[in-house]
Design a protein around this ligand. Structure first.
Ligand SMILES: Nc1ncnc2c1ncn2[C@@H]1O[C@H](COP(=O)(O)OP(=O)(O)OP(=O)(O)O)[C@@H](O)[C@H]1O
Ligand SMILES: Nc1ncnc2c1ncn2[C@@H]1O[C@H](COP(=O)(O)OP(=O)(O)OP(=O)(O)O)[C@@H](O)[C@H]1O
Ligand SMILES: [Mg+2]
Ligand SMILES: [Mg+2]
Lengths: 250, 250
């Protein structure tokens, strides 16, 4: 039973990439077959898995320029469809495909995994559109700060538009607090505001601020593999269990 | 003597917006006439200055759809050319202008300020291209973390391309460390790596992690006005003095 989950937020630096790689690693450790897709020209997810010098990107696969076997990379027990900075031309390139919004959805239907996790760029554009059109669920990672609330507003409008135009069954699994410092007054104020102003679930578990999560990419590993006992690993395990419960009952 | 400075980084959440508003406020307090331009469809800068319900954006002005008087807003002692989420269509809209890369440069030549500060989106696209083409200087705000190094690499390649194709006199004023925690080993490792791997100046002064900087937007003020005695204010004053020295001797 394939579940496709997008990690999306217009706001930059909210833990989209860090959440994609770490939730993927927890699922892998539970024996799930996981494909991660890097849809960001920054290619942080690709880099975090130790992959450099990418010739064939996920965009090349989508436009039919390269076959799956040329693009797909096995790394750290995960399958990866990588990105590279060549994808900064995505607005021009992808829109040439007829019905481009559905390009990823159509291609994914040929694949066989338990979970597909999609890392989105900090932009409301064609890459995020194809990710959300292809997904069963979207998780919105965010810092619990003021400017993040503006980003939440924008991504939720965009999700609403996607549900109307190309994917009525897209479900928001929830807002995921990332890099959280519980002792800040700002943290509880932002949570209270989200509760008051938005009809959206917020994950009970949060990912706390922990330098191990920021160090892991230089070891080309998830923090789950780099520091199995640290707070970030415990946090991501708890969040992944919460995701599995939500999916089970959705 | 007009100095135009872009705050740019492909990486998300690196303090581009926070640096634009706070350095603008410090310059204003020194009696400079400052125009800030929000070139990000997220419109965080616009929001941080208490401006909502924007009808005419900087993009409308650039494409000749609205006059300067319809777009320009006076707020907190600064002039602002605002953004809104309508600018997510910038790739399509701007590229219709002949020689679009020069659109901002040409329009700015009619204006009379001491400083123009441009807040860029976390993207290497048409908005960042017009910003860098119009600027004398670029500052690269970054977190001192691993994934930021990848962003630095990408933005420096892009700056090199801009210098060749549209703005040979563009100068990198420097990399600005933002949200810095000096006690982390990661901080000094990243600084050491930048020093070793890149021919780029790094500001001696850094902006340290301080919750006041994150709280300020909810008061529609710069942190300079919101919390004049806090660490972030002292940091931004020191950085602004460093900018003025660098410009004087460049
Ligand atoms: N729990 C955490 N604790 C400390 N640092 C973290 C944590 N999660 C992520 N980081 C760091 O914060 C920065 C931003 O995280 P990340 O790159 O995952 O965000 P993003 O939303 O994918 O950013 P972008 O919008 O640029 O794609 C990175 O340097 C990352 O290593
Ligand atoms: N010195 C600081 N201390 C603590 N928090 C900070 C500091 N500077 C910025 N922040 C917070 O960090 C987050 C990211 O900052 P900011 O929005 O300025 O980055 P950005 O590079 O403009 O992001 P984007 O790529 O989304 O445009 C914001 O919530 C901001 O309030
Ligand atoms: Mg990312
Ligand atoms: Mg910004």
């Amino acid at each position: 039973m394939l579940s496709t989950i997008a990690f999306s937020n217009h706001k930059g630096g909210t833990g989209k990439t860090t959440s994609t790689i770490n939730i993927a690693a927890v699922l892998r450790n539970k024996g799930k077959r996981v494909l991660v897709i890097d849809l960001d020209p920054q290619a942080n997810l690709t880099y975090s898995l130790g992959v450099t010098g990418v010739d064939a990107t996920v965009q090349d696969w989508l436009i039919g320029h390269s076959g799956l076997d040329e693009c797909l990379i096995q790394t750290e027990g995960l399958s990866l469809l990588p990105a590279s900075v060549s994808m900064v031309n995505s607005e021009d390139v992808l829109k040439k495909i007829p019905n481009y919004s559905f390009s990823l959805k159509n291609k994914l239907s040929q694949l066989d995994y338990d979970f597909v996790l999609i890392d989105c760029p900090p932009a409301i554009g064609s890459l995020t559109r194809i990710a959300l059109t292809a997904s069963d669920y979207v998780i919105i990672p965010m810092l619990l700060e003021i400017l993040s609330i503006q980003g939440l507003s924008q991504i939720m409008k965009f999700i609403k538009d996607i549900k109307i135009t190309s994917n009525p069954s897209l479900e928001i699994l929830g807002v995921l607090g990332v890099c959280v410092n519980e002792s800040r007054k700002l943290t509880s104020e932002v949570l209270g505001f989200i509760d008051f102003a938005y009809k959206v679930d917020v994950f009970n578990n949060r990912i706390h601020n922990n330098v191990k999560a920021a160090e892991a990419p230089s070891f080309a590993k998830s923090v789950i593999d780099y520091a199995p006992e640290c707070t970030s690993t415990k946090d991501y395990k708890a969040v992944t269990d919460e995701i599995l419960k939500k999916i089970e009952f959705s």
